[in-house]
Design a protein around this ligand. Structure first.
Ligand SMILES: [Zn+2]
Length: 200
């Protein structure tokens, strides 16, 4: 893991899907210009999850756009998503799985891997082992997370990032705005009668 620059400039272009009532694929106009901007959108999704009494984890799936050498990266957002385990009564509906479904629902695995070629998954909390395996299988090239997930983390804490057989694992960077992600989790777990499922 490498430490990310928390002072990176936030994007002037908002993600079109942030604030939406349901996870969905983003339109082609949804551009973000830094990892910090991706995390901004992921944290916004986590905030919505908190309001919905879900474990507050949010994520963004994006693909980098070509840019000149030395210029800051730009990303086209494919999907934003948040945990929906309680609303769906489905413990697998973690934010990352919802995002993958938003991009690849109905696609074959090769088509999904093509759609995600070079993709970055930015998520407020380290993906669990289940999500990490799904992300690797889908060919996500890079995972940026905020807070570590010491009990269930599948890309650094419990298991390292691993590639599918014959494929390289995703590049992983952690710790981006971790304090904000943890603050959201504390708000959730400090509530009385919080409904949770194991892991996130
Ligand atoms: Zn997960």
């Amino acid at each position: 893991m490498s430490k990310l620059d928390p002072c990176a400039v936030l994007a002037p272009v908002a993600c079109a899907t942030v604030g939406g009532s349901t996870p969905q694929a983003a339109g082609p106009a949804a551009l973000l210009e830094s990892d910090a901007a991706l995390m901004d959108a992921a944290l916004a999704e986590a905030g919505l999850a908190l309001a919905e009494r879900e474990v507050p984890v949010g994520c963004v799936l994006a693909v980098p756009l070509p840019f000149p050498t030395g210029a800051p990266p730009r990303y086209r957002v494919l999907a934003t998503a948040r945990n929906r385990t309680n609303a769906s009564f489905d413990p697998t509906r973690h934010a990352e799985m919802v995002a993958l479904d938003a991009v690849g629902g109905g696609l074959s695995l090769p088509a999904l891997r093509e759609a995600l070629r070079g993709a970055t998954l930015c998520v407020t909390v380290e993906p669990c082992v289940m999500c990490a395996a799904a992300l690797q299988r889908a060919g996500v090239a890079r995972i940026v997370f905020g807070a570590a997930n010491p009990k269930f983390g599948g890309v650094a804490s419990v298991l390292p990032a691993q590639g599918a057989p014959g494929a390289a694992g995703a590049a992983v960077e952690g710790g981006l705005r971790a304090a904000e992600a943890v603050a959201l989790l504390k708000q959730f777990y400090n509530r009385p009668n919080a409904r949770t499922t194991a892991g996130f």
